[in-house]
Design a protein around this ligand. Structure first.
Ligand code: PMP
Ligand code: GLN
Length: 383
């Protein structure tokens, strides 16, 4: 294995999902819904397959119908205007968008600031690009993980190339606020930095609102924004994601993308175009349903003895296991299936400084209510 990838073995999600299968446990580890997205969207995919739309290589940047729907979505929800022909790119999930953006924009030796804990692919992609990861740690405060803006400011050096943002944030559920985003935007403008922002959970918001940093002053032409149908429409297996940004930035990402996958998911692209045009009630119902599940699982985990950080967005809740007398999230997650038949993710995997994440464990709540109730009663046996 290329030395740049030293230390990147099997992803924690694959490891933990395999453990769930092996032990017959309830899988609240890897984040994927246990109910598929809207029937009419599935039907749109079937129609595209039958009608022979997308069964052969679709256009490199994505099918025009989907690029137009993405541009309309950014305009309708956020007032951001992008040219579907030059400023929108369809990718193989957000995962490819992240990889292509970092490979396109980071030179060997460049520093990339990432909010820690960070989604696991960020570290691997920064490494593949030959960049240096500079984590800025979100600190637990009361019931929320908070970004220290002074720490972010002092993390910027002459070598900093870009800030890699993620809001709503996996795994903490933090949603960056307007003042926080305004401060990050000011910093990016002042230090002439690019921002790559992973907004795959943009519609999974329970408190506050999602604000894309691209809409802040001076940011449109220095921001690459990433979205995903996996999260917004509950089709994680389709791997349809997208990038919006200025022509120059999107063109750079496209250059890399064409040599990673060239294209993908032809028929699904037509279905996602239909999905993006669902009435706003779809998006509201999605958030409402998940908010109820957040409340259910948060209350259950509290009753089971965990410290709970209430997520404002995403479908993850981060907990503190110390009130249960445990200290190490890795040991805790490895023994949890045997102890009570539940699988979770140790947050330490998302940290450079593992000690900072050791006592935290993440549970996914994008599961049917009866599954969450079953998991809660199992977890209550831990006390
Ligand atoms: N970014 C974050 C923060 C995620 O949680 C995920 C979920 N897997 C992804 C990117 C990847 O999205 P996709 O499945 O569309 O590749
Ligand atoms: N994003 C999902 C999570 O955080 C997992 C995606 C994956 O397995 N790569 O659980």
């Amino acid at each position: 294995l290329n030395r740049r990838l030293d230390g990147f073995g099997t992803t924690i999600f694959a490891e933990m999902s395999a453990l769930a299968l092996r032990t017959g446990s309830i899988n609240l580890g890897q984040g994927f819904p246990d109910t598929d997205g809207p029937e009419e969207v599935r039907e749109a995919a079937v129609r595209a397959l039958r009608d022979g739309r997308g069964n052969q290589y679709p256009p490199g940047p994505g099918v025009p119908e989907l690029r137009t729907a993405i541009a309309e979505h950014q305009s309708n929800y956020y007032g951001l205007e992008f040219d579907p022909d030059t400023e929108v790119l369809v990718t193989a999930g957000a995962t490819e968008a992240i990889a292509a953006a970092l490979l396109a924009l980071v030179e060997p030796g460049d520093e990339v600031i990432a909010l820690e804990p960070y989604y696991d692919s960020y570290a691997a992609c920064i490494a593949m690009a030959g960049g240096t990861r500079v984590p800025v740690t979100l600190r637990p405060e009361d019931s929320r993980f908070v970004l220290d803006l002074d720490e972010l400011r002092s993390a910027v050096t002459d070598r900093t190339r870009l800030i890699l943002l993620n809001t709503p944030h996996n795994p903490t559920g933090t949603v960056l606020t307007r003042p926080e985003l305004a401060a990050i935007a000011e910093l990016a403008v002042e230090r002439d930095l690019l921002v790559v922002t992973d907004e795959v959970y943009e519609h999974l918001i329970f408190d506050g609102e999602h604000l894309p940093i691209a809409a802040f002053p001076g940011m449109r032409n220095r921001t690459v924004t990433i979205g995903s149908a996996g999260k917004t429409f509950s089709f994680t297996g389709w791997k349809v994601g997208w990038v919006t940004g200025s022509h120059d930035l999107v063109n750079a990402v496209r250059t890399v993308k064409q040599f990673l996958t060239y294209v993908s998911a032809g028929p699904f692209q037509y279905a996602v175009a239909a999905a993006l045009r669902l009435p706003t009630s779809y998006f509201r119902d999605l958030a409402d349903g998940l908010r109820a599940k957040r409340d259910l699982l948060s209350a259950g985990l509290t009753e089971a003895g965990f410290g709970v950080f209430r997520p404002a967005g995403t479908y993850f809740v981060t907990t503190d296991i110390r009130p249960l007398g445990a200290t190490d999230g890795f040991d805790f997650c490895r023994s949890l299936p045997e102890r009570c038949g539940v699988v979770a993710i140790p947050n330490a995997v998302f940290y450079d400084t593992k000690e900072r994440g050791t006592p935290f464990v993440r549970f996914a709540f994008c599961k049917r209510t009866e599954v969450l109730n079953d998991a809660i009663s199992r977890l209550k046996q831990l006390r």
